[in-house]
Design a protein. Structure first.
Length: 343
């Protein structure tokens, strides 16, 4: 077992069900819960193969669906690829490229802080109007907290990172979208059904992708299997991949692009927009595997990854009450979670 998976496996709680004791009945229990809470598609992959699928009428493994903020994990991995290509480091100040920030308090914001929503930039900055060049608009957003001090979930950090990457790629005559397709989507054979753009032609990096359940699951399998020794065409190494799953002081439950199975900050975040309607006011799955990570999109879109159990789970839905902890408990143990509450 590669070092990355060993280190994640060691984090999983002792006494948790081994993967071979998670049955089809567990999956069916979770599927029934998902359907009764607005679920439209469920795909479970175990050891790299489809283990269970459940689709509402009109849906299949190949039906595209908006994943909204699920887009962020693709940008997070692209940042690691750009780091390997020598274009950037996550610890570098954004102002190294965004020279507009060199004369004010934004000068110390790092790329890591942009991608972890801890930059201190106003999450309600004017990025909603699609007529804007949203990457350029993000550069104009004001600071409302010292960099690193607080977690503010929103679009601005990812759009600002997009502007940084755009400027770094300009001398190479490459676009951000082209770079991501060449370096990430094509090597992983992930077909994009749709990618929303602003009116300036820029892809929305915070929430623009539509994928099928099968295609989103491919990315989950990549996260689990990227570091298997001898694998050809390895995209990124073990050490940088772990950066995505490292929490931050401002929010231990969020790494870079991914939600982690950790308690939220103390005191808890007050605004739903800061926490994202993702976690039951506590954490993804209290008592569940500590190596569980999730990509979460508006409307209860989910990509769950549990490396210690070699499990990847995709859920598509329309917005309704739903508990991550209850769903995952049913999936892994066959029982509802005693402390879960739907939100």
């Amino acid at each position: 077992m590669p070092l990355f998976l060993v280190s994640l496996f060691s984090l999983a709680l002792t006494g948790f069900l081994p993967a071979d004791e998670i049955t089809a009945d567990h999956f069916a229990n979770a599927a029934a819960y998902s359907r009764s809470h607005g679920g439209e598609a469920l795909r479970v992959e175990q050891n790299g193969h489809a283990a269970y699928e459940d689709y509402a009428p009109g849906f299949s493994a190949s039906t595209p669906h908006k994943i909204y903020s699920g887009t962020k994990i693709f940008v997070a991995v692209t940042a690691l690829i750009a780091m390997q290509d020598g274009l950037l480091t996550l610890d570098e100040p954004a102002s190294k490229t965004l020279t507009e920030w060199q004369g004010d308090r934004r000068r110390t914001i790092t790329l890591n802080q942009l991608l972890s929503h801890t930059s201190g930039l106003d999450p309600d900055g004017d990025l909603i109007n699609p007529a804007h060049d949203q990457m350029a608009a993000a550069v104009k957003v004001r600071l409302i907290d010292p960099p690193g001090a607080r977690f503010h979930y929103g679009a601005v950090g990812y759009q600002a990172f997009g502007e940084i990457l755009r400027r770094k790629l300009r001398p190479l005559d490459r676009s951000v979208e082209g770079y991501m397709k060449d370096k990430l989507f094509e090597p992983l054979d992930i077909d994009i059904a749709d990618w929303k753009h602003d009116d300036a032609g820029n892809p929305l990096l915070h929430a623009g992708l539509s994928l099928s359940a099968r295609e989103w699951a491919k990315f989950g399998e990549f996260i689990i299997r990227n570091d298997i020794p001898g694998q050809e065409n390895q995209l990124i190494g073990n050490e940088p991949l772990s950066l995505l799953f490292t929490g931050h002081k401002a929010n231990p439950a969020y790494g870079i692009g991914f939600w982690l199975n950790r308690p939220p900050p103390v005191p808890r975040l007050q605004r739903i927009s800061e926490l994202q309607p993702a976690i039951d006011g506590n954490q993804l799955y209290p008592g569940g595997p500590k190596d569980l990570v999730a990509s979460i999109g508006t409307g209860k879109q989910r990509l769950y990854i549990i490396p210690s159990l070699n499990l990847v789970v995709v859920r598509f839905a329309y917005q309704t009450a739903f508990s991550d902890g209850d769903f995952l408990s049913r999936l892994l143990t066959g029982r509802p979670h005693p402390d879960a509450h739907s939100h």
